[in-house]
Design a protein around this ligand. Structure first.
Ligand SMILES: [Zn+2]
Length: 416
């Protein structure tokens, strides 16, 4: 916010007169307000539509009280209706309506970067193993999350890297209703219910319907790709680990997708445009959905001008048969992508100890698990329960980002 304050003192407004160039420019000049100190031009229509007065924005609910379409296209200020003060810009419109735009408000909307700074949005940091290990907070103590400034760091870590180990998560309570995995998820965000329940078990059991519940190697994948909206963040809490092996592997698919974009742009385009079907047809359920392997944002980024990578959708164990019409180039592109995911140095490996939990971005970071066998005697489950038992749950990003923005703003004001 310091940058905005500096700008506000030198705010200087110019009502541009019609220039000699194209009619478009002439129209812009007579229908907008240019503020050279902000290097920004605000159309009158935008200004009137964005008026923040109590008649235009409800003073307590902050809901907008008119529609954009209610603003006439030819609206303009009165002659000498624009007045600059120390604090901002006053506009008296031909309709008689009076608006005031604080300098900070105009500075916020002067550029996509300024608006992103206002929203305290965090850029994702693609990583390989080395970069992740040296990231801000690869691991954190569970009790630390009770402290607001540590919670802020944890949220920042998950937004930037999409992966964090949480240590010392009590494993006494094992019920779905009161388990600590749930508490952890709720500390960070908002639980996402799925047909597996709000919390669920990954236990070593025999004859499982799901490959995750057996002791075989489980390759890199993402969960619930057969949903239209797969869950964003996943918590896995280790309640019991009495086995040999069973290490967790994590790979940043965003890093691999970035490499594809840089080095193999044609393959990247194929992966971003070829639908891959996923399904779960089992156990009284029938789910299916198709996603591109690399999912781009719907709209171009306002700064880069291109569609950015929104998500990666990669989950070989849950893939349905590809459409027979899938072009041969797709197979070659997917092969290159898989090679990047398997490249040396990209995998972060971690064996969850009892009371460890891991939190990761299921739309970005792939997870896998190596095979394992009983540590004590190779004779299956212990007398008093499974020998490997993880409790899992999902939570969505919105409320985590909400907490993160509020905490960052407090930190900036010295209130944390
Ligand atoms: Zn107003």
């Amino acid at each position: 916010m310091m940058a905005f304050k500096r700008l506000s003192t030198s705010l200087n407004i110019v009502r541009t007169q019609a220039g000699p160039s194209t009619s478009n420019r002439r129209q812009l000049a007579t229908s907008s307000l240019t503020i050279p100190s902000l290097n920004a031009t605000f159309p009158y229509r935008w200004l009137r539509d964005s008026c923040q007065c109590p008649e235009c924005v409800h003073p307590t609910t902050f809901q907008k009280l008119h529609r954009t379409t209610d603003i006439p296209s030819n609206l303009s200020p009165n002659t000498d209706g624009v007045r600059i003060t120390q604090d901002g810009v006053h506009v008296e419109w031909t309709s008689g309506h009076q608006s005031f735009y604080p300098s900070e408000f105009l500075a916020r909307y002067a550029s996509p970067a300024a608006l992103a700074a206002f929203h305290r949005d965090t850029a994702r940091v693609p990583w390989d193993r080395r970069r992740f290990v040296h990231s801000g907070r690869p691991s954190i103590g569970y009790e630390e999350l009770q402290m607001a400034h540590k919670l802020k760091e944890a949220i920042e870590q998950l937004a930037q890297y999409g992966l964090m180990i949480v240590e010392g998560v009590p494993n006494i309570e094992t019920s779905d209703e009161r388990c600590e995995a749930r508490m952890l998820a709720k500390r960070l965000g908002e639980l996402r219910w799925t047909f597996y329940g709000e919390a669920w078990d990954v236990k070593n059991v025999v004859n499982s319907r799901n490959i995750a519940y057996t002791n075989l190697y489980l390759g890199l994948h993402m969960d619930l790709q057969y949903f239209e909206h797969p869950p964003r963040y996943q918590v896995l809490h280790c309640l019991r680990n009495r086995v040999k092996g069973g290490a967790s592997l994590f790979v940043d698919a965003l890093h691999a997708a970035n490499i594809m974009r840089e080095r193999y742009p044609a393959d990247f385009d194929i992966l971003a445009s070829t639908p891959v079907p996923f399904h779960y047809v089992n156990d009284g359920h029938h789910l299916h959905y198709s996603h591109p392997t690399i999912q781009l944002t719907d709209l171009p980024d306002r700064t880069s001008g291109r569609r950015e990578i929104a998500y990666v959708n990669y989950s070989p164990p849950f893939q349905a048969p590809l459409p027979p019409s899938t072009p041969p180039e797709f197979y070659a592109a997917l092969e290159r992508f898989a090679a990047e995911l398997d490249a040396p140095g990209v995998t972060f490996e971690y064996t969850l100890k009892e009371t460890d939990a891991v939190v990761f971005d299921n739309r970005r970071v792939l997870h896998a698990r190596t095979a394992f066998e009983d540590a004590a005697d190779a004779g299956g489950e212990e007398k008093n329960g499974p020998n490997r038992w993880l409790k899992g749950c999902y939570f969505e990003a919105d409320m985590m980002m909400d907490h993160g923005r509020v905490l960052k703003e407090k930190a900036e004001k010295g209130e944390l």
